[in-house]
Design a protein around this ligand. Structure first.
Ligand code: HEC
Length: 102
């Protein structure tokens, strides 16, 4: 019963998520975006370090430098310039990265 209810909730929420494509930038939090785009290498807490990915909990980079890293990548980090073009979304991701810092 519980599982069926959960599946229903998931189906309903995923339908709802597809209806408004015009304003995706307000729908996702920085954490959502980070998990979608970055966690495969950096991990949810920033410390996974898949194939030499930097430990983001220890980064000393500034906001601007993190922005630049997201745009251009380098040394195994992919460039996201053509993937994350929405500057509001990028800014939310940077905010989230800064919260990972320990
Ligand atoms: C395919 C794996 C991969 C993905 C996906 C990825 N990164 Fe990285 N990232 C790396 C690697 C590898 C490095 C180390 C680059 C280096 O040594 O210069 C890195 C380095 C960084 C750095 C520099 C940290 C420092 O202190 O030097 C930042 C910031 C960063 N990534 C943020 C992100 C963000 C934000 C995302 C999501 C938009 C992301 N990364 C997605 C692999 C990845």
């Amino acid at each position: 019963m519980v599982i069926r209810a959960l599946v229903l909730v998931l189906v309903l929420s995923s339908c709802g998520g597809n209806t408004n494509k015009s304003m995706p930038e307000t729908k996702f939090t920085g954490e959502n975006l980070f998990i979608q785009r970055c966690a495969s290498c950096h991990g949810i807490d920033g410390g996974l370090q898949v194939s030499t990915a930097s430990d983001l909990r220890k980064t000393v980079l500034s906001r601007v430098e993190i922005m630049k890293m997201i745009d251009s990548g380098g040394n195994g980090m992919p460039a996201f310039k053509t993937i994350i073009m929405n500057s509001k979304e990028k800014s939310k991701i940077v905010d989230h990265v800064l919260t990972l810092r320990k």
